[in-house]
Design a protein around this ligand. Structure first.
Ligand SMILES: [Fe+2]
Length: 315
């Protein structure tokens, strides 16, 4: 059921199906090695995933799934992570997100001194700002972003969500000159995925004529600088205007995620970011936490990028 503020709670029938499915899984170390759902598994859950898909494609474009409640025995962290893996797979085909071939990426601060300006990827830093879409590293379009909260930060780390359809409306009404610049090609880095650049506009349109955005300023600036092709004054003006609209509180919805909550967005129509955050001094990574539960876990989110399957290739 979809509630106010984008939240969605799976029915108890759907949650019980997932409980039975997860408890019957064989041993697996890596989350993406866990068996995924077939079309004859967990019917209620899969039917409710289709409600979510409809909301992502035709509704608010943002869904925040409430934590799955296990009445028998609290889910382990690995089982919680498996729920978002199953959900992502039900929505689409998970894509490779780095050169190592990983399809589930852990978002956490690797080092307090890490920065995108020094070449780090956003998900490896504690930096805030830079409202963006995730579909920037690969030239082709994919649909669904899945961001699942394993552990919140001790301070900050508020997620910022911006509906791109509203942003487009503002641009069209007040800044039509900017629109026409954003519709032209920019250069993009495939940072972390391949040592290559590609060209694409920030703003394109789907078959329904709706706007679709591709935006992450540091990756774009870096691609233009590296290739001795600096952004023109006109391009900088257009990006500055876009960023200023994205940063305006009127256009933002903010949510601080709790452990077990899962954010789903239709990536090209929802720009997102976060405020900066800080972990406890003695906080450990999820890999260290597996061996030692005595120290707090860093702010950690699992991230999946899912490409919609054609109708002939359903799960
Ligand atoms: Fe992101």
């Amino acid at each position: 059921m979809l509630n106010d503020n984008f939240t969605y709670a799976f029915s108890s029938d759907a949650q019980n199906e997932i409980y039975d499915f997860i408890k019957a899984l064989h041993q697996y170390d890596k989350i993406e090695d866990a068996k995924t759902l077939e079309s004859d598994d967990c019917h209620t859950f899969l039917r409710e995933v289709e409600e979510i898909r409809n909301e992502l494609e035709n509704g608010k474009r943002i869904v925040i799934v409430r934590p799955f409640v296990d009445l028998h025995n609290k889910y382990t962290i690995q089982e919680q992570r498996t729920i978002s893996w199953l959900l992502g797979n039900a929505l689409g085909e998970p894509l490779v997100q780095n050169e190592a071939g990983d399809k589930v990426i852990c978002v956490f601060d690797r080092d307090r001194t890490n920065s995108m300006t020094k070449g780090a990827r956003y998900h490896q830093t504690r930096e805030g700002g830079t409202i963006h879409t995730d579909n920037v590293n690969v030239p082709f379009h994919w649909e669904y972003l899945v961001l699942s909260c394993i552990s919140p930060a001790i301070a900050g780390g508020e997620n910022i969500l911006v509906n791109a359809l509203n942003v487009y409306k503002v641009l069209k009404e007040k800044h039509p000159d900017v629109l026409s610049i954003l519709e032209k090609n920019f250069l993009w880095e495939q940072r972390g995925v391949a040592d290559a650049n590609y060209e694409a506009p920030i703003l394109t349109y789907n078959k329904k004529g709706e706007p679709m955005f591709r935006h992450l300023r540091p990756y774009m600036e870096s691609a233009h600088n590296k290739t001795n092709n600096p952004l023109t004054d006109e391009q900088v003006y257009a990006i500055d205007t876009l960023d200023s609209i994205l940063e305006h509180s009127d256009n933002q919805y903010r949510h601080t995620f709790s452990a077990g909550e899962i954010l789903l967005t239709y990536d090209s129509q929802v720009l997102h970011g976060r405020t900066c955050f800080s972990d406890a001094m003695n906080a450990v990574t999820i890999f260290e936490y597996k061996k030692d539960h005595n120290k707090p876990l860093k702010r950690t989110m699992d991230r999946l990028w899912a490409k919609k399957r054609s109708k002939l290739c359903l799960v």
